[in-house]
Design a protein around this ligand. Sequence first.
Ligand SMILES: NCCC[C@H](NC(=O)CCC(=O)O)C(=O)O
Length: 446
Amino acid sequence: MKAYEANFDGLVGPTHNYAGLSLGNVASLNNARNHSSPKQAAKQGLQKMKALHDLGMVQGVLAPQERPDISALRRLGFTGSDAEVMQSAASKAPEIYRAVCSASSMWTANAATVSPSADAADGRVHFTPANLTNKYHRSLEPSTTGRILQAMFANNQYFAHHQHLPDNDHFGDEGAANHTRLCSDYAKNGVELFVYGRYAFDSSKPAPQRFPARQTLEASQAIARLHGLTESNTVFLQQNPAVIDQGVFHNDVIAVGNRNVLFFHEHAFLNKQQGLQEIQRKFGDASPLHFIEVADKQVSVADAISTYLFNTQLINLPNDDMVIIAPTECQEHAGVYRYLTELCQQNTPIKEVKYFDVKQSMQNGGGPACLRLRVVLNEQERAAVNPAVLMSEQLFVTLNNWVDKHYRDRLTEADLADPQLLIESRTALDELTQIMQLGSVYSFQR
Ligand SMILES: NCCC[C@H](NC(=O)CCC(=O)O)C(=O)O
């Protein structure tokens, strides 16, 4: 049976803002406290989704989360009406308040790890929401993410949903941002590559010194067990601690894979040669595997981080050409633009680059690849997906109108404490759950 790679992009939420919450993420810290435009951010995301849909891809939408997260504040001892909770947290604990306002669920590469049915022992598609323990603002996401995924992939004949890993740094898990799958054909058994930043239970092993490693080996191994993967279709590779210390907070800032291509920077991995050999051995030789390695003298790690050359989507169009979906920052950087232009003329499956403006997201360290969760689906599985979450001409128009109706053009830190913002956000999400037929996934609806 034919299988497709579907991309589920995060719809940017109404509180999108720049709060400088992510130590180790250069863009997040550099843009801290700038004003944002939630409306523009949501529309940039919708444009990318619609463009991929128009290219003939299966494109879906993942709903945003409820922010500010009032239940998180109540759990921390803030009391009174919702407006009182907001205002007392904003004045007494502004750093906590900013965290509970983050629209960070927009980066759905961190929503979950997904294994296709062709790889899993029980022949189902497996989902494990990421616990995102390393950053408080992101640790608020997994339970709601789980509910949203269950509402989208509701048929347990085809879809298996796991609880997120234990909420502890030992099992720090950042989802698909540290996971990529190589295969000769989406429908066939592939090699799932898990990239981790450190060992949780062995402090003698290499680890970054300056910035946190968000993903542990033990978390990646647990996901592989839960999904029923085997030794022969998994590879665990350590990220180079030196690049984490330069600002590569997820592997998808320095490497991306699709089908028979792994595109990565020279300094991405520790024990690179050994790792690549293992990938090649497990991939087999039924079809050619392309390792496209970018040397530091071609593009430095710093330039990779500022342009997000590797936070690109590698997709196969229906005619089977492989295309790179890149942020316009790559086009604006002379060296990276030259590299990409030359890449398309070489003898690799990559034939073309398409550039998209996702600046509102980029300014928080999220490129095109951060904005999407990949789910490989065969025809039966695809037919079992909640149809209201799949992009179409109609859904594109509906969601643009919905954004126009509910979103602000401009948001500053002071605006986050406005009780009206909570009302606007809940009104918008309540309507969205009807549009996307999700049921009552948010706390305020339960
Ligand atoms: N995959 C991209 C994730 C980007 C995300 N940024 C943030 O949460 C920044 C939020 C802020 O600083 O307002 C992160 O670092 O996890």
